[in-house]
Design a protein around this ligand. Structure first.
Ligand SMILES: [Zn+2]
Length: 679
């Protein structure tokens, strides 16, 4: 916190014409933000270089410039290595723009000074008046090495304001055997403990030896990943994913963009995704498959550029409307609520068709983004029938597993959209129980016929492999994270098993197509999960004493080796075994623990029609029935942690992955494998 003495005070005339005291700093001309982010700008240190790009990868240059009191910014230019960056020169396909706030009317002014009136001009309220955000869209540089860049802005009185930063272009070694296909399997929130728990349950141990390996355990290469985002040691899923596929750090909640000072969530400075880079360079397709709502952070952070991961309507629109930039060919998961027309533009009361489309989380892009990136402008269109628009664009549509299977009878569709729930799909515990005929959970959610992740993966790879130029596929096991947040141990361990069955499908594909690279990783750890041991009680004893708490936690020798029986469907025939696996949490909120499976999943607030049977959250689930375990984080859910997570790799280029590396390093390894190849 600043003290009174640390702020210089000045007399100024306010817009109301009165004399007032204000902080002088706010009225001293300066560049308050320079993008891409650099330590050279932030602290004057040239090292470490924060922003890195592949040769030719597009990104926006942007600066927030605060003029002296009473002055306005009248002109600006960006320089890279002291050469001016000009429109449409040999190395850029950029346009320039100037965005200023001029009192009550926002205006966008392009480089020629004419007002365009597009949206996206409103600046953050804490900025002094006449602050300008100046942009050079869709710049790129091919020459490897560290480059300096500079913004120079002129104010009306002719004085200049400038600032300098740096970025690096990471070169690609040529001449190796390239990876035509890249499959990224993303177990959301899957730390080392989640993987180990999955192995113990699925394979069992005897006399200290694992009786088998998960598919992901069999990958020959791998390492540990540092997962921090641009603004925190603890990332959320948006930068957690986008850092892998852009090579750069984003702020929490942001995907495919750098932070900025405008309020528009879709006009942030962009960085090109792996999908866009390889679609433009090599004609590859993009496939996105998830057990979450498809608008969720992990799927969106492969194709959609926004600073607000919650803006569902705009996010799903951009998936379709910018498919020519990303090569989007397959999109599968939940999230139908964003695709259904909402004539009332309101979700209270909830429209009967389940739609949650709204203008408030949609977008219209300003001219400079549209022109610089050749992006679709977008439209505020809650009434849009987005499923119909996908179909008109050539996508086969599957609303359930039966329709998904039918779409592949006698042919393989060229493009595929699958939306199997209003929001997040049900988890494997409930889907498998339904297939076994002993659960009504999926019926209560209204979607009794949902595919498993391995089934979606198989279909996605069939469609994507029709492209002779190859593909990028991101396949997410989303509810490892979601159920770990809820500290529903049995449900997330089963999510690891469902995810690993998808890993096996991808591994088999790579064996049949040796020019394929497969990596399995997570975006971050979730919940500080720890395998604390096994129950000393039988299933019947746990059922009889759900508040047994610590008295039944067998540690060390008393844990022994929990033994589950695996059914033909690949999942335990029951979780209520004697001496079951027990999980503790190091990043937890309060919870009532019974050590027993919860009959109903805990409430998912994303669902337009959440079933009444779902407990509200872990602080009330089994309240007064179980044993109260108090946590050390606020709120009612466990949180992500900063712990490094494992990454495993197999196939063409897998040997590039070894040691301990940053999540942004993964992007450059993927780029090397796809463009330069490996030896
Ligand atoms: Zn999470």
């Amino acid at each position: 916190m600043q003290t009174l003495f640390s702020i210089r005070r000045c007399l100024v005339i306010t817009t109301a014409g009165v004399l007032a005291l204000a902080a002088c700093d706010a009225f001293a001309a300066r560049v308050s933000r320079l993008t891409p982010p650099s330590e050279l700008f932030a602290s004057g240190e040239a090292d470490p270089v924060i922003a890195r790009f592949l040769p030719g990868q597009l990104f926006d240059l942007q600066a927030t410039v605060q003029p002296d009191a009473g002055q306005t910014i009248t002109n600006f230019a960006f320089y890279v290595d002291n050469s001016p960056v000009t429109n449409r020169n040999a190395e850029t396909m950029a346009r320039t723009s100037i965005v200023t706030e001029t009192g009550p009317t926002d205006t966008c002014i392009d480089a020629s000074g004419k007002t365009t009136g597009a949206s996206g001009c409103k600046l953050a309220a804490n900025l002094p008046s006449n602050t300008a955000v100046v942009s050079q869209r869709a710049y790129s540089k091919s020459l490897p090495g560290v480059h300096t860049f500079k913004v120079v802005a002129a104010q009306g009185n002719g004085s200049l304001i400038s600032a300098t930063g740096n970025f690096e272009v990471v070169g690609i070694d040529r001449g190796g055997a390239t990876a035509k296909n890249i499959i990224i399997l993303l177990g959301d929130g899957m730390g080392a403990a989640h993987r180990t728990a999955g192995r113990i349950m699925a394979k069992g141990y005897t006399q200290g030896k694992a009786k088998g390996r998960l598919a992901m355990d069999t990958f020959p290469y791998g390492g540990m990943v540092m997962t921090a985002s641009l603004n925190s040691i603890v990332t959320d899923s948006a930068p957690g994913m986008q850092n892998y596929v852009s090579g750069n750090k984003a702020n929490n909640n942001q995907e495919g963009v750098f932070p900025d000072d405008t309020l528009d969530a879709f006009d942030n400075p962009r960085v090109e995704y792996l999908s866009e880079y390889l679609h433009m360079l090599q004609g590859k397709s993009l496939g996105v498959v998830t057990t979450a709502d498809v608008f969720d952070a992990t799927p969106a952070a492969n194709a959609v550029h926004t600073s607000a991961r919650g803006n569902g309507t705009g996010i799903v629109d951009q998936f379709l409307d910018d498919r020519d930039r990303t090569g989007l060919t397959v999109l599968m998961g939940g999230g139908r609520k964003w695709f259904l027309p909402n004539a009332s533009n309101s979700v209270s009361p909830q429209p009967a068709n389940g739609s949650q489309r709204r203008s408030a989380n949609d977008y219209v892009l300003p001219d400079d983004v549209v022109n610089g990136w050749d992006a679709a402008r977008g439209e505020l269109d809650p009434e849009r029938d987005l499923i119909g628009d996908f179909q008109a664009a050539g996508f086969a549509y599957a609303p359930d597993k039966t329709a998904l299977d039918a779409a592949f009878v006698g042919r393989v569709p060229s493009k595929l959209l699958g939306l199997f729930a209003y929001s997040n799909m049900n988890v494997s515990y409930d889907k498998i129980n339904a297939r076994r005929g002993d659960s009504t959970v999926v019926d209560a959610f209204g979607f009794p016929d949902q595919p498993m992740l391995d089934e979606m993966t198989d279909k996605a790879l069939q469609v994507l492999s029709k492209n002779p130029n190859g593909f990028v596929a991101m396949i997410e096991g989303a509810s490892i994270d979601k159920q770990a947040h809820l500290m529903d141990s049995d449900r997330w361990v089963l999510e690891v098993l469902e995810f690993d069955r998808a890993v096996a499908v991808a591994k088999s594909f790579a064996e049949r197509h040796p020019d394929t690279l497969v990596i399995v990783t997570a975006d971050h750890e979730c919940s500080g999960a720890a395998i604390i041991g096994a129950s000393t009680a039988t299933a019947a004893e746990l059922e009889a004493t759900p508040n047994a708490g610590k008295t039944v936690v067998g540690t060390y020798d008393a844990a022994g080796f929990p033994k589950y029986t695996i059914g033909d469907d690949g999942f335990p025939s029951t979780l209520q075994i004697d001496h079951k696996l027990l999980i503790g949490y190091g990043a937890n909120a309060d919870r009532w623990e019974t050590w027993m499976p919860n009959a109903f999943p805990t409430k998912d607030t994303q669902q337009p029609f959440p079933p009444a049977e779902s407990p509200a959250d872990p602080t009330v689930r089994n309240e007064d029935v179980g044993y109260l375990v108090t946590g050390q984080v606020p709120g009612d859910q466990a949180v992500h942690t900063a712990t490094d997570i494992p990454l495993s790799a197999v196939g063409r280029g897998a040997s590039l992955f070894h040691g301990v590396f940053d999540n942004t390093d993964v992007f450059f390894m993927l780029g090397q494998a796809a463009v330069g190849g490996s030896h």
